[in-house]
Write a protein that binds this ligand. Sequence first.
Ligand SMILES: Cc1cc2nc3c(=O)[nH]c(=O)nc-3n(C[C@H](O)[C@H](O)[C@H](O)COP(=O)(O)O)c2cc1C
Length: 361
Amino acid sequence: MSVSDLFKPLTLLHGPAMRNRFMMAPLTSQQSDYDGTASKYDQYWIAQLAQSGYGLIQTSAATVDADGIAFERQLGIHSDKHLSGLTQMATAIREGGGLSAVQLHHAGHRAKPSVGGIPAPASGKTVQGVRAITTEEVERIRDSFIAAAKRAQLAGFDGISVHGAFGWILSEFMSPNLNDRKDKYGGSMENRARFTMEVIEGIRQACGPDFQIGWRLSIERYGLRMEELRDITAEIFDRELIDYFDLALWDSAQLVREGAFQGKSMLSVFAEIPRKGVRLGAAGKIMSAQRAGQLLDEGCDFVLIARAGILQRDFPLQVKANPMYDSPELPVTADYLRQGGLSERFIETMRGWQTFVRPGS
Ligand SMILES: Cc1cc2nc3c(=O)[nH]c(=O)nc-3n(C[C@H](O)[C@H](O)[C@H](O)COP(=O)(O)O)c2cc1C
């Protein structure tokens, strides 16, 4: 395949097709209002992305429950007061010709009290002095994911992406190290995956057959077991429960270091699963046109662009114009980001990412 294949449309099981294979990854920019309402900075960022040629744009991680917040100035979708800002985002994306999805997030044990979060651990051993959430509390949070998806639909989004990565609540429940529950949400792998399954199935039921459901999974850290995650993913693919699967790697070329799949690329383990009509994409250091094209050869149906899109908003258009396009070398100066249209708040957030913004610039 070649770079030009990235511009072929991609049908999804539900709703409209992606016009090409570029998906904007979820990026928490910490520039919303303190109550989670999308700010003018969020709107400006989305408006820029909307004109940048992506097939689908995911919003930053949006809290489905006020208690589940992890970051100051995080986007919210837990209240109807967020609807107007979300509607403006969805409209801008649609007018730009792309599909849209809100990333649905609850931080679980990593909810941050200093910004209003209340840690909700799967186990009583994870956060000192905090008991495990009860079965009823799990079900209440599950329902808040479903209510948030309904809100996204009402705002005009084509779908949502369920955040099942990075040790946040759904990923936490998957982990045998973080989940020692004795109820139906703990113990066997099937039980640990139940929270995720109920969220996905509940959203499909509530939002109907035209709504798109993505699921983001990471496999590194948090005591997650690759073999288990592979099996859960295989079931989700086999039952065609989602439209697209987003493998959140920090490097899309990362190899498995131990266990049954040692030596294979993490991506290949998931790309080799029969996926029926589900589409598969990966994130992680996709910084050039050539690397993006290569990922189609490695089994991806689409690619997720994150840091390359912060550096150059219209990455897909750059790739279209130049199949040898490569991102600027990191770190870049704050001025470079400013000139590209990044807000001061977003630049401040990026200063927290190692080797992204040149210190002192
Ligand atoms: C500033 C920043 C914010 C991010 N916010 C989110 C987020 O809200 N949700 C999420 O799932 N991943 C988030 N990520 C991870 C990215 O979506 C992506 O998976 C990761 O950066 C690897 O891709 P890259 O190498 O192209 O940057 C964030 C990454 C960055 C750099």
